[in-house]
Design a protein around this ligand. Structure first.
Ligand SMILES: [Zn+2]
Ligand SMILES: [Zn+2]
Length: 336
């Protein structure tokens, strides 16, 4: 499914199967999660995407061919490709273990072709083995919603009373991890979205209500997954002194001005950007222990546009995932 330019429908087309270069693996894709970031690329909120582009950065597939110099994986192994597709290893962030902030980072489904396809190539160093016990469809949302959700949860510190603003793919995973860690979860949804509130309670939230409603007691931290800047002062007003508000999305509408009084008391507002491979290893080891159960809404690959529009409308329960059935490769010879 090709994106020719922002704000255009995706186009189903046949392209040559890519060749894995040195250090890369070719994957036969079996599932790819649909993330809000895909909508931001589609809408032109994120500048200068590769064009034409294959979206998708929650890719689960099977290693089909291996490029020169790859010794981490063998053909037939099930792996996942996340948003961080490449980092330079040399800039001051990379050297400090903060490759999520790499000055020259490249991202899957944005600057590198992603997983809305039957085949994709990825840098083997940024690919994860996928834990057993998950189907391909269930595993896909772990790779961004789960992984960046987990990074956001870590950024919330040891907060006991945790607010989650926007109860979509990421929150439905984070709620389960937070409960496993013994935290109390308060879920905020669009006003009147009784289904989402019921879903949140089902996943362990002790309270669920509209995003503009005050929680029954002050929070110690809040994570904002919805791309709505107006929620920043709302969440700040809901956290107690010393509390943290984490903005977890890659793009947000403008944040309205707010009185200093709601930041006073050593409250913190911060963002979370991307992921490190360490986050991925930590979360993919933790998920089966919880165990995180993902709720997915499957769509065939060629109906990606429909999945994206359902996501935009806030109608997806859990995570939308594209189910991909690739044809057999004509040959599986090693790449010379
Ligand atoms: Zn770097
Ligand atoms: Zn994502």
């Amino acid at each position: 499914m090709l994106l020719d330019a922002p704000r255009r429908p995706l186009r189903a087309t046949d392209t040559p199967t890519p060749e894995p270069g040195p250090g890369q693996v070719l994957l036969a894709v079996s599932a790819c999660g649909v993330c809000r970031t895909d909508l931001h690329v589609l809408d032109g909120d994120l500048p200068n995407p590769k064009l034409p582009l294959i979206l998708g950065h929650e890719v689960v597939g099977t290693v089909a061919r291996i490029g020169a110099g790859v010794d981490r994986f063998t053909p037939g192994q099930r792996v996942g490709v996340p948003w961080l597709g490449w980092s330079c290893g040399a800039c001051r962030y990379c050297r400090a273990g903060r490759e999520n902030l790499c000055d020259r980072a490249r991202f899957t489904g944005y600057q590198i072709d992603g997983g809305y396809a039957e085949y994709t190539v990825a840098d083997a160093r940024f690919v994860f083995p996928v834990p057993d016990g998950y189907t391909d469809l269930q595993a896909a949302p772990l790779l961004c919603a789960g992984l960046i959700g987990y990074r956001s949860l870590v950024a919330a510190g040891d907060a006991l009373r945790l607010g989650l603003y926007g109860f979509g793919a990421a929150a439905h995973i984070v709620a389960q991890v937070a409960r496993y860690q013994g935290r109390r979860v308060f879920a905020f949804t669009r006003g009147g979205d009784a289904d989402a509130q019921q879903f949140a309670r089902h996943l362990g939230a002790e309270w669920a209500g509209a995003s503009d409603a005050p929680p029954p007691e002050p929070l110690d931290a809040a994570i904002i997954f919805a791309p709505v800047g107006a929620l920043v002062p709302v969440a700040l007003s809901a956290v107690a002194k010393g509390g943290t508000v984490v903005c977890a999305g890659i793009h947000m509408s403008d944040i309205p001005s707010f009185p200093y009084e709601i930041l006073w008391g050593e409250r913190v507002v911060r963002s979370v950007a991307n992921l490190t491979r360490k986050d991925g290893e930590a979360f993919l080891a933790l998920a089966p222990q919880v165990p995180v159960k993902t709720e997915t809404e499957p769509y065939p690959l060629e109906r990606a546009d429909e999945a994206l529009e359902r996501l935009r409308a806030g109608k997806v329960r859990g995570a939308a995932v594209l189910a991909v059935s690739s044809r057999q490769l004509p040959d599986l010879d090693p790449v010379p």
